[in-house]
Design a binder for this molecule. Structure first.
Ligand SMILES: [Zn+2]
Length: 311
């Protein structure tokens, strides 16, 4: 066998092995999802005991190769949603883990509401939606939710963080001099001044909007948005790096690249924006809030739906 032929054969072999492994893995995941969903009933009816096992953990490990963490997590989620038919239906379709982000916040009254989003959103987007809805960054719209999930302050952002800084001695001396027993007050003041300064700089450097433009965004506008966002997602409170330059006024509807209307967003917030779940999208992102429901009267929502349809 010559070298060339051996090479082709081995490439073919590698691809075949890889294809098989991927396919089996996909099936294994699907079957494990099905197993996880059955665990709730297995616990309720003590199936493991009746079949002679010492515990549900041994039962799940021996029969499905599940570890203790997987069993506990599946049972925890199941207990949270077992009285919520809409979420149970989503779990049956997409697996228990797909509803995990909403398991703690959903109530019997809001079951359908959360199920709708758990069904249509990818996991990271759903997690962000729940987080922003909770941390006070949400618009309060009455959907008959008496438990007021959106005012839940358990996970509020008021926890303190410890920062370690390595600075020059002269900077340290100055900071110590300014410090009046409250680091928050001093840092907030410094940040305010810094932001004012940056705002002024940005105003002076702001490129003109480009109208009737090709889809490609001009470099100077990209640079401007990067400078304003520091390469991070611009949704208030989000610390993720940006993944998308988002046209808040939808390029598809007017073919304009306006630096004030182009916002750097992470994957999750970009997804939420295109589902119509950002309030005040026409304003600068510091005014943005998460909506409970899309604004169906908004032109952007209409454009996004249309684009989604043609995709
Ligand atoms: Zn973000």
């Amino acid at each position: 066998m010559n070298n060339q032929k051996m090479k082709i054969e081995s490439v073919k072999n590698i691809n075949e092995i890889h294809e098989k492994f991927s396919e089996y893995g996909r099936n294994a995941k699907e079957w494990q999802r099905k197993c996880a969903l059955l665990l709730g009933d297995i616990e309720k009816f003590e199936v493991w005991k009746k079949k002679g096992f010492l515990s549900i953990y041994i039962y799940a490990a021996k029969l499905a190769g599940m570890n203790k963490f997987q069993v506990d997590e599946a049972l925890r989620i199941f207990r949270k949603i077992e009285d919520k038919p809409a979420l149970l239906a989503v779990a049956e379709k997409k697996g228990l883990y797909a509803v995990r982000p909403v398991a703690n916040v959903a109530t019997v009254e809001t079951d359908k509401y959360w199920a709708k989003y758990a069904k249509e959103m990818p996991k990271n987007e759903l997690e962000m939606f729940v987080k922003n809805s909770k941390d006070g960054n949400a618009v309060k719209v009455d959907i008959g939710d008496d438990n007021n999930t959106f005012c839940d302050s358990d996970l509020s952002t008021h926890k303190e963080k410890i920062l370690m800084m390595r600075v020059k001695p002269e900077v340290a001396t100055k900071l110590e001099k300014f410090y009046q027993g409250d680091w928050n007050a001093l840092m907030e003041k410094l940040i305010e001044l810094y932001e004012k300064d940056l705002d002024r700089e940005l105003q002076n450097e702001k490129p003109e909007p480009v109208v009737n433009a090709s889809k490609h965004m001009p470099q100077k506008i990209e640079n401007y948005v990067l400078k304003r966002s520091h390469g991070k997602c611009e949704f208030p409170g989000c610390d993720k790096n940006y993944d998308h330059f988002h046209h808040a006024n939808r390029y598809a509807s007017n073919r304009v690249h306006d630096p004030d209307k182009i916002v750097a967003l992470c994957e999750a917030h970009h997804g939420l924006a295109h589902k119509g779940l950002i309030d005040h999208e026409e304003k600068l992102p510091k005014n943005w809030k998460i909506r409970k429901e899309p604004d169906y009267t908004n032109l952007n929502w209409f454009v996004d739906e249309k684009i989604q349809f043609f995709r």
